[in-house]
Design a protein around this ligand. Structure first.
Ligand code: NAD
Length: 353
C-alpha cells in the first residue's frame, strides 16, 4: 500500500500520531528497527550528499537545519537547542522534518521530530555501543536525566542487553522522573547522589546534560579502562561535557568529522587529532574497539543521515495505518502553469457562493 494518491497531498505525522505509532510498535522495538535503518544507511555512507548542519547561534541557544540526500530522497530537519528553556516550561530540544522525492522535488512526508529525535539519538547511541562497548557490558550510567534519558536507557537495554541503569542529575527531580518512567521496564534502576557513584561498575556511560559551557561532567580519573562512553550532550561550539584528558586517551568515533570538529567534544583537541568515522566501523573499513582495556568514545553530535533514516523508516511504517493526516500544503492547479487561474477559479466560486 502507498501513501496519498493525490500527489499534492502530503502525509503529516503530528505529535499525537507519533505517540500512537510509538506505542503501537513499542518504544524498544521501534528503536531497534530505527538502529537497523540507521545502520543500513551508514553502510552506504558514500552515496549521501553531506554537509555540516547550518547553525544559527545566539548566546542562549542554537537553531539548526540538517539536510542530506541519497539521490532518491532528500530530507531535512529543523532543530533547536536551548538549555535554559526548561526554566520556562519549554523543552531544550524540539524539531520537525521533511522527506522529499528527488525526482520531482515534491515533499512526501512532514513530521514532528521532537519525539523522533529522542528515538533516533538513542538508537544511534545504542548502535555505537553495540559496535564499540565491551560485549559483557550489563551496567550503564546516564549522567543528565532530562528529556533524552529514558530513550537512551531503553535503546541500550534493547540493543546491548543492559540490565542495570545508574542515574545522576544535578537536579534530583529529573532523576526521580526518570526512575518513575523506567519502573517496570525490565531494568534495575539506581538513583545516585553523584556522577562518581553513578559510573561505579558501569561499562557504558552516557552523558546527556544540557549547559552551554565547557562543562566537566566526567574527569579523567573517574573513567576506568574498558569503558564505552556516549557523549550525547556536547553538540555545539562552546558546549562540551568531558575533560580533555579523557579524549587524549580514548579511541574516538564520530559521525561526520567536519561537523564534529566544530560541535563535538573534539573541538577541545587539535584539528588533526585522529578520529574514526563510525560508518567505517560498521562497513568493515576500520577497526572498532581494539582491546578490552581501551576507552572508546562515541562523540555524538547528531548528523543529518540519522534524521533521514528516521524519516525513511517512518515513511515505510505509515501505509495502511491511520497514524497520519493529509496536508494540503502544495498548490495543485489543473494546468501546472495556470497557478493564477487557480486563484481566478477560487474567486469565481467564492462569488457564486
Ligand atoms: P534536558 O534539558 O531535558 O535535560 C538535560 C539534563 O541535564 C537536565 O535534567 C539538567 O538538570 C542536567 N544537567 C545539566 N548539567 C548537569 C551536570 N553538570 N551534571 C548532571 N546533570 C546535569 O535536555 P535533553 O533534551 O535531555 O538533551 C540533553 C542534551 O543532549 C542537550 O545538550 C541536547 O542538545 C543534546 N542532544 C544531543 C543529540 C545528539 O544527537 N547528540 C540529540 C538530542 C539532544
Amino acid at each position: 500500500m502507498s501513501l496519498p494518491s493525490r500527489h499534492a497531498l502530503v502525509p503529516f505525522v503530528s505529535v499525537e500520531n507519533m505517540m500512537r505509532l510509538v506505542l503501537h510498535i513499542g518504544p524498544e522495538r521501534m528503536m531497534v528497527e530505527l538502529a537497523q535503518t540507521i545502520e543500513d544507511d551508514f553502510r552506504r555512507w558514500p552515496e549521501f550528499d553531506k554537509t555540516p548542519r547550518v547553525a544559527s547561534h545566539s548566546d542562549i541557544g542554537v537553531i539548526e537545519l540538517m539536510p542530506t540526500s541519497d539521490g532518491r530522497h532528500y530530507g531535512f530537519k529543523y532543530v533547536n537547542g536551548h538549555p535554559a528553556n526548561t526554566r520556562q516550561g519549554l523543552q531544550t530540544v524540539t524539531a520537525f522534518g521533511l522527506l522529499a522525492d528527488v525526482a520531482t522535488g515534491y515533499p512526501i512526508l512532514l513530521s514532528e521530530m521532537t519525539v523522533l529525535t529522542a528515538l533516533r539519538t538513542a538508537a544511534t547511541s545504542a548502535m555505537a555501543a553495540k559496535w564499540l562497548a565491551p560485549r559483557d557490558a550489563r551496567v550503564m550510567a546516564i549522567i543528565g536525566n532530562g528529556a533524552q534519558a529514558e530513550f537512551q536507557a531503553l535503546a541500550i537495554k534493547a540493543l546491548c542487553n543492559i540490565d542495570e541503569v545508574r542515574l545522576f542529575d544535578i537536579d534530583t527531580a529529573a532523576t526521580r522522573k526518570c526512575v518513575a518512567n523506567l519502573a517496570g521496564r525490565g531494568l534495575r534502576v539506581v538513583a545516585c547522589a553523584t556522577a562518581e557513584d553513578a559510573i561505579l561498575g558501569a561499562q557504558i556511560i552516557t552523558t546527556c546534560t544540557a549547559d552551554k559551557q565547557y562543562a566537566t561532567i566526567l574527569t579523567d580519573n573517574m573513567v576506568g579502562g574498558g569503558v564505552h562512553i556516549n557523549a550525547v550532550g556536547g553538540d555545539c561550539p562552546g558546549k562540551t561535557e568531558l575533560h580533555r584528558d579523557i579524549l587524549i586517551r580514548a579511541g574516538i568515533f564520530v559521525e561526520y568529522p567536519p561537523q564534529t570538529r566544530v560541535e563535538g567534544e573534539i573541538q577541545q583537541l587539535d584539528p588533526d587529532h585522529p578520529v574514526t568515522e563510525l560508518w567505517q566501523v560498521i562497513a568493515g573499513e576500520a577497526p572498532g574497539r581494539t582491546d578490552a582495556a581501551q576507552v572508546t568514545l562515541f562523540d555524538s553530535v547528531g548528523f543529518a543521515i540519522e534524521d533521514f533514516s528516521a524519516l525513511r523508516y517512518l515513511h515505510q511504517a505509515l501505509p495502511g495505518t491511520d497514524f497520519y493526516q493529509e496536508l494540503d500544503m502544495i498548490a495543485d492547479p489543473d494546468d501546472p502553469r495556470d497557478l493564477f487561474g487557480m486563484l481566478c477559479r477560487a474567486e469565481a466560486s467564492a462569488k457564486v457562493a
